[in-house]
Write a protein that binds this ligand. Structure first.
Ligand SMILES: [Fe+2]
Length: 286
């Protein structure tokens, strides 16, 4: 279910995208999550979108379940959601919406319900973002028109590359991210997903073109401000919002370790918007 969320913000704001906490997993970097929440809380122009996979939420009958990987005090999935909700209380008023993730939704298919929609969002008084959402940022004065739109989703699949060189491997990941997102929505200037546990950003690429002005040839780029309908896929930002789940920790054989996943950076994304324009999407490594 896709949600459309409209939000009035001042023309200068920082928008943080963070998620994939997997609360309950011993491998979670709890100190990094604490740092992230504190960073958002103390940012006077900071807002947040939570990207889903709030809790590990793996039930006993699941083949991925291993008691040794779960924190002793949080073996109940209910406690996982209570605990992650409490961690968000200091920034509840700054969260624009919360996505549900594939880990969260598994519980719905087991008859438990979507704890993000039915518990976390209600408890914090924050809108539910479904699996996928369109975020329409508006000016406080309705007459001044639109600012920008962002398409966000918990996301799909992994972003991996078998290329042997780091340059090629990185660009392959960016290409898969872009390919996965670009046809999902047409009028967003940025498209962000979680799920893949990668902290990567692909900035817009603008075609160079020449024009003649008063008898002189000038260079211009095809990237311009987009307020309207279709934004060329090459002119959009793409991002994957990282995670707070380490692949390897001492004393525990994690799911990631068993499957041979490479280490991932722990962190989140910060979209820097000034004068209603997306100036940058920064990787915040924690
Ligand atoms: Fe995840």
């Amino acid at each position: 279910m896709a949600e459309i969320i409209q939000k009035e913000l001042p023309p200068d704001h920082n928008l943080y995208y963070l998620g994939d906490y997997h609360e309950g997993a011993k491998a979670q970097s709890a100190s990094s999550l604490e740092q992230a929440i504190e960073m958002i809380r103390t940012d006077p122009i900071g807002w947040a979108v939570v990207m889903g996979d709030l809790a590990e939420a793996i039930l006993v009958d699941d083949s991925r379940f291993a008691i040794s990987t779960i924190e002793e005090a949080k073996t109940s999935v209910f406690h996982q959601y209570v605990s992650i909700t409490d961690k968000h209380r200091p920034i509840a008023k700054k969260i624009i919406y919360i996505h549900t993730g594939n880990h969260d939704l598994k519980l719905e298919r087991k008859g438990v319900g979507d704890m993000v929609r039915d518990y976390v969002c209600k408890e914090l008084g924050v809108p539910y973002g479904g699996y996928t959402a369109v975020l329409d940022i508006l000016h406080k004065k309705k007459t001044s028109g639109k600012q920008h739109k962002v398409y966000t989703s918990h996301g799909w699949g992994v972003l991996r590359s078998a290329a042997d060189d780091l340059i090629r491997a990185h660009s392959n990941k960016l290409l898969s991210l872009k390919r996965r997102l670009k046809h999902k929505f047409g009028s967003a200037s940025a498209m962000i997903m979680g799920n893949a546990h990668q902290l990567i950003v692909s900035p817009p690429m603008g075609g160079l073109y020449l024009v003649d002005e008063a008898g002189v040839i000038k260079q211009r780029y095809t990237i311009e401000r987009h307020e309207g309908l279709y934004v060329d896929p090459d002119h959009r930002w793409y991002g994957c919002s990282g995670c707070f789940l380490r692949t390897t920790i001492p004393g525990v054989t994690t799911y990631a370790e068993l499957h041979g996943y490479d280490p991932v950076e722990i962190g989140m994304l910060r979209m820097v918007v000034r004068d209603s324009n997306i100036k940058d999407i920064e990787r915040v490594v924690l």
